[in-house]
Design a protein around this ligand. Structure first.
Ligand code: DAH
Length: 351
């Protein structure tokens, strides 16, 4: 190649570089995505890109022109890189802006909350009863629901032929084992252990072969109470249960004891509380009576002491049994016991 042609080659190179630069910048300007921008970078500046192709023609350029052409190649690369970087920054910013817009949080939308349950009226009533007795120094004791006939009946002075045993429509597992019909067997179990004095309550499920209706269920709950010490009298029973009624139903609550019969206590009574709705005048709530029956109680029968191995000459005591559902229905003014067992959260949440 003669010299003048070689000089021409430098000029052609320069023109080609300018053309590349213009095309690159035009393409970058039109680009609207980061991916396309990257394609452009590869097409112009990559290993097999246009600029590299141009460099391959350097050997055709006159040696004295090469530094000049080399400089133009560098300038072209720099110019394209600069514009590419700027476009990249701008597109990235735009993309982020769009993303932020599309991910806007509407703070006025109702939130998705975890469903928290609610305490059952029975649980609320039991917690209150427990609080009252724990406050008086009582222990809370558990007992088995599947119970020996012995503890459920015999140890409580209810012999095999006693009518109470028929009355209590018992679920028998076999002739020695029953589903307990009352929480009273826990009394016998605690007394038998012989640790005195005793001051305890025992809440739990009890079972009777009853049909379901507004006031009956084959499975319900009682809270048993037992106090045994030297010198315990009926006055202690009255004072304790009067205080219990006041704390449960309000400070103006009065109590009334009616003589009754339970095989395991002597004397025995049922306790009524003055109606906390009408204060005793008589209303729909207390069926015009002014009083509401609330529990059974009495002085522990000497024969029960004997059966459970406690010296009846040295010790006396009182016992009582409260129906938990009865308290819950009264306290929360629920008029059908079946509602307590349906577990409808809309119902339960009202208390
Ligand atoms: N267990 C009795 C019942 O189911 C309730 C009861 C009455 C318990 C008198 C007692 C009591 O401890 O002294 O009807």
């Amino acid at each position: 190649m003669i010299k003048s042609e070689r000089s021409m080659e430098a000029i052609r190179m320069k023109e080609r570089l300018e053309a590349i630069r213009e095309r690159a910048l035009a393409q970058i300007n039109e680009t609207d995505s980061l991916d396309k921008l990257n394609d452009i970078r590869v097409a112009f500046l990559g290993k097999k890109g246009e600029l590299t192709e141009v460099l391959k023609g350097m050997k055709e350029v006159a040696p004295e022109d090469r530094p000049k052409v080399g400089q133009i190649v560098n300038e072209t690369r720099q110019a394209i890189e600069e514009v590419l970087d700027k476009a990249k920054t701008e597109l990235a910013a735009k993309k982020r802006e769009l993303q932020l817009k599309s991910e806007v949080i509407d703070v006025t939308l109702p939130s998705k909350r975890d469903e928290l349950g609610h305490k059952h009226p029975n649980t609320l009533a039991l917690e209150e009863i427990q609080k009252i007795f724990i406050g008086m120094g009582y222990e809370v004791v558990d007992g088995p629901e599947v119970e020996y006939d012995y503890y459920n009946f015999e140890a409580l002075n209810i012999p095999a032929n006693h009518p109470a045993k028929d009355e209590q429509d018992t679920f028998y597992i076999n002739d020695k084992i029953v589903l307990r019909t009352q929480t009273s067997p826990v009394q016998a179990r605690v007394m038998e252990k012989g640790k005195l004095p005793i001051r305890m309550i025992s809440p739990g499920r009890v079972y009777r072969a009853d049909e379901v209706d507004a006031t009956h269920s084959p499975c319900f709950h009682q809270v048993e109470g037992l106090v045994i010490d030297k010198g315990i009298t009926f006055a202690d029973l009255k004072g304790t249960l009067a205080e219990f009624a006041k704390e449960l139903f309000g400070p103006d609550t009065k109590v009334k004891f009616r003589p009754h019969h339970f095989p395991f206590t002597e004397p025995s009574a049922e306790m009524d509380v003055s109606c906390f709705k009408c204060g005793g005048k008589g209303c729909r709530f207390c069926k015009g009576e002014g009083w509401i029956e609330i529990l059974g109680c009495g002085m522990v029968h000497p024969h029960v002491f004997e059966l459970c191995g406690i010296d009846k000459e040295e010790y006396t005591g009182f016992a009582f049994g409260v129906g938990l559902e009865r308290v819950a229905l009264l306290k929360y003014e629920i008029d059908d016991m079946r509602l307590l067992y349906e577990n409808d959260i809309r119902f339960i949440k009202q208390f």
